[in-house]
Design a protein around this ligand. Structure first.
Ligand SMILES: C[S@@+](CC[C@H](N)C(=O)[O-])C[C@H]1O[C@@H](n2cnc3c(N)ncnc32)[C@H](O)[C@@H]1O
Length: 260
């Protein structure tokens, strides 16, 4: 009895080791190929990622995204936008239409390349099929604040976070990602006139974010006020509409990196 149990356990462990080794070897080879290509020809890799094989790219992002992100975002005549919290994908769909008035308002060159990151698996799965078909949009299932850290210095033109989770309870405040550390990381990754746009319906969270940002007032030109999507040349997203329906006011913060 004990012998057969040990054999079973041994067989399982061997099978598990073989499977894991095969998977990681495959990832390693794929990562090395993509990263080498990204260094040699960032433009080709960017076109490939943003058009053809997004699913494969998403699954294996951990291995080859860091170097790719570094190269593909720097080498472009267009603009790179990072959206954190895709939600119902309203903004990503809109950005894929290459809106001229949006680009003009934020001083961005067309075409726009949007990397939109959704943490929730459920939301990601629900909207991925549609987003996969859009031109110049890359939909990733990950933590957006970690993805930000994968970009190289001066590689992003804009970071957009619409209605981030406010973590209402005081004991959860430490989970809020829009801290001074976030602005430090974002500043380093933004191009010289890069921008951060944040909107929230939560007045206390708005004050929290603004206070953190004000610590960088020599690095960013800050504007803030009541959030009206059309004034900011963006579409009303699901959460904006949700709060507008119950007449709840939303607020925005726009931080423009100083040219210095
Ligand atoms: C309140 S919803 C807002 C969605 C959309 N931006 C809108 O305006 O309708 C917040 C979204 O951000 C996602 N989210 C929360 N934390 C995230 C993170 N760390 N990285 C990426 N997405 C995140 C949530 O899963 C959710 O879909």
């Amino acid at each position: 009895m004990r012998v057969s149990r040990t054999i079973k356990k041994y067989r399982y462990l061997t099978w598990h080791t073989v499977r894991t080794t095969a998977l990681y070897t495959y990832l390693l080879i794929k990562g090395v190929i993509f990263n080498t290509l990204a260094i040699l020809c960032p433009t080709c890799v960017r076109q490939l990622l943003f058009s053809l094989n997004k699913k494969a790219y998403v699954h294996f992002r951990h291995l080859f995204f860091p170097i790719l992100a570094f190269f593909i975002a720097r080498d472009t005549n267009g603009a790179f936008v990072l959206e954190i919290g895709t939600g119902h994908a309203t903004l990503a769909k809109y950005l894929s239409t290459q809106p001229k008035d949006f680009a003009k308002m934020y001083g961005l060159n067309l075409p726009l390349y949007t990397v939109t990151v959704e943490k929730s698996k459920k939301f990601y799965k629900k909207f991925h099929k549609k987003l996969q078909k859009l031109a110049n949009v890359l939909h990733i299932n990950a933590d957006g604040y970690q993805v930000l850290r994968l970009f190289g210095p001066k590689s992003l033109d804009m970071i957009i976070i619409l209605f981030p989770d406010p973590w209402h309870k005081a004991r959860h405040h430490k989970r809020r990602p829009l801290t001074t550390e976030f602005f430090k990381q974002a500043y380093w990754r933004l191009k010289p006139d890069g921008k951060i746009l944040i909107a929230t319906d939560h007045k206390e969270y708005f004050t929290f974010i603004l206070n953190n940002l004000l610590e960088f007032s020599d690095k960013f030109k800050i504007t803030q006020g009541r959030f009206e999507p059309k004034n900011l040349r963006i579409p009303p997203t699901h959460y904006y509409k949700k709060w507008a329906r119950v007449k709840k006011q939303s607020y925005y913060i726009l931080a423009e990196k100083s040219q210095k």
